[in-house]
Design a protein around this ligand. Structure first.
Ligand code: F3S
Length: 63
């Protein structure tokens, strides 16, 4: 599974890298980016939690 951040929606709240730093990081332009490789199994739960915690629903996780 992979995670995607919609950079038009992200407001840079910083929650996703706090909840799952293995998958999300903040860029210099103040929005989040996700790793572009598969989410490691051991952090998948945290990645889903980050997705659910985003206040503007900017994160998608798909197969
Ligand atoms: Fe942006 Fe949502 Fe993460 S607003 S910083 S994608 S929690």
């Amino acid at each position: 599974m992979k995670a995607y951040v919609d950079d038009d929606l992200c407001i840079g709240c910083g929650t996703c890298p706090e909840v799952c730093p293995e998958v999300f990081h903040m860029t210099d332009d103040g929005i989040a980016h996700a790793i572009n490789t598969d989410i490691p199994d051991d952090v998948l739960g945290n990645a889903k939690e980050a997705c659910e915690s985003c206040p503007v629903d900017a994160i998608d996780i798909d197969d």
